[in-house]
Design a protein around this ligand. Structure first.
Ligand code: ARG
Length: 248
């Protein structure tokens, strides 16, 4: 199979096409910078899935690390061929990008300092709550105000690590973070705790592509095969059941 097409950047001389994945590598165990190896490599659940799909399709993979809020613009500007960033396929995003099927489901949680008693949406009344800019968690916090009239002061920040720092320093009271990510950060920072928000929108992950991308159908097909064969489950066990060292 040849992977040529009119508007792709072919590497002259090299046989296979390089595809670029953009991600926000602040999201262990989905994607994060592994500093333990000394070479600052981006690793995680999403990266393993991306490597498997691209290798099965015969592409070389290149990874670009940008703020979450810049991921969809990067696809729209064709600066990246696809995004894997624990990204949830929302109706709003579907107006601008295409998505694969969902490969992992997650739930939202409230992260706060140990013993602060900020465990439910209602307890956040009048509090300052950090969220990652451009995420569905920002939407969840805004909905607390729209739907429950809680008067939450929503503070959007670029990176999850900044949210953790602000929380530890007491500059924000709580944060909305997905369960598996919250688990890693609270394990590395025992002064923090998390509580799942009941019945608050699922936060599944799918691969995003520029609208009309020719990669989307073949990526989705291989992803489907990986779900069927148990390969995705194997990676879930690898990344989600052992504890991953999140930043302090
Ligand atoms: N699932 C959420 C969303 O799609 C948050 C994803 C954040 N991902 C990241 N790599 N920081 O909005």
């Amino acid at each position: 199979m040849t992977a040529c097409n009119a508007d792709s950047q072919q590497n002259a001389g090299s046989g296979s096409r390089t595809v670029t994945m953009a991600t926000s590598a602040d999201y262990p165990p989905y994607e994060y910078v592994d500093s333990s190896s000394g070479n600052q490599e981006i690793i995680g659940f999403d990266v393993d899935i991306a490597k498997e799909i691209t290798s099965r399709l015969g592409y070389d993979l290149q990874i670009q690390n940008i703020d979450f809020n810049g991921l969809i613009p990067a696809l729209q500007a064709k600066r990246a061929d696809f995004v894997m960033a624990g990204m949830t396929p929302t109706a709003e995003r579907k107006q601008n990008v295409d998505f694969s099927r969902v490969y992992y489901e997650a739930k939202n949680t409230i992260v706060a300092r140990q013993g602060s008693n900020l465990t439910t949406p209602e307890s956040l009344k009048g509090k300052t709550v950090g969220v990652q800019l451009g995420t569905i968690q920002e939407g969840v916090a805004n909905d607390f105000n729209k739907e429950k009239n809680l008067g939450v002061n929503v503070k959007p920040l670029n990176r999850i690590n900044e949210i953790v720092q602000e929380l530890k320093a007491g500059r924000i009271d709580a944060a909305i973070v997905e369960d598996t990510v919250a688990q890693g950060y609270t394990q590395s920072n025992p002064d923090l705790e998390f509580n799942t928000i009941p019945n608050e929108g699922e936060a599944g992950s799918a691969i995003a592509f520029p609208k009309g991308s020719e990669l989307a159908p073949e990526f989705d097909r291989v992803l489907g095969e990986m779900i069927e064969s148990g390969k995705v489950n194997e990676l879930v066990n690898k990344w989600f059941t052992t504890s991953v060292q999140a930043d302090k």
